[in-house]
Design a protein around this ligand. Sequence first.
Ligand SMILES: O=C(O)C(=O)[C@@H](O)CO
Ligand SMILES: [Mg+2]
Length: 255
Amino acid sequence: MPRFAANLTMMFNEHAFPERFQAAAAAGFPAVEYLFPYDFPAGLIAEKLSAAGLKQALFNLPSGDWAKGERGLAALPERRQEFRQSVKQAIDYGRVIGTPLLHMMAGIASPDDLAAQTAYRDALAFAADAAGAEGIGLVIEPINGRDMPGYFLDDFDRAVEIITGLDRANLKLQFDIYHRQIMRGDVLAALEAMMPLIGHVQIASVPKRNEPGTGELDDFRVLRELDRLGYEGYVGCEYRPAGETTAGLDWRTRI
Ligand SMILES: O=C(O)C(=O)[C@@H](O)CO
Ligand SMILES: [Mg+2]
């Protein structure tokens, strides 16, 4: 059975963010992930984690002005300085919170734009090296264009090619089963082929992004396949509960 991390951005929204840690632990999760910790002091997040007896699985680098539609800075050449500052901020937080992984979002840019391609590869190498110096891994995640129109990293094969090309031991793929099913399907074959490069996995049902087991894919079969393939990381539960979070958690007993 995979080890699950509750995604506190999507789950336990019945509580204010700082109270979600305790709620996730009470619901039996050993670990948590979320998009951004930056609205709170890193020390407070570390206290909440430790008081709840939780491990941190991952969080994202600052990704620009989310409310205005920004989804990362890495592929935006004109934001290079800000991007580099964001790497520093994420690593400062990561050190205090104790995260093993950071997710670097690419931004809204055309994948065919040569300047964006160069900026992205440069940003990725910079962030991987800076995180690696602190013993932290870096992941990148292909995201489907229906949820995130115009997102630069919109293809799994391209992500694999970029990761392989940069050849950094701490640079891996964030394989979100929900995005893969929407973009390409063929989930089991892709997991097997990409497993050596996978640093983090996330799951939600397709198409509604609710609890696993409520959509078109046999999510439980996919989760058992992760075990068979020897995946040892966390599986982030990055789904929107259909109702109250704890009321929908019985899917974990059906794997
Ligand atoms: O949307 C997702 O999927 C994620 O994993 C986020 O980190 C980025 O929005
Ligand atoms: Mg995801």
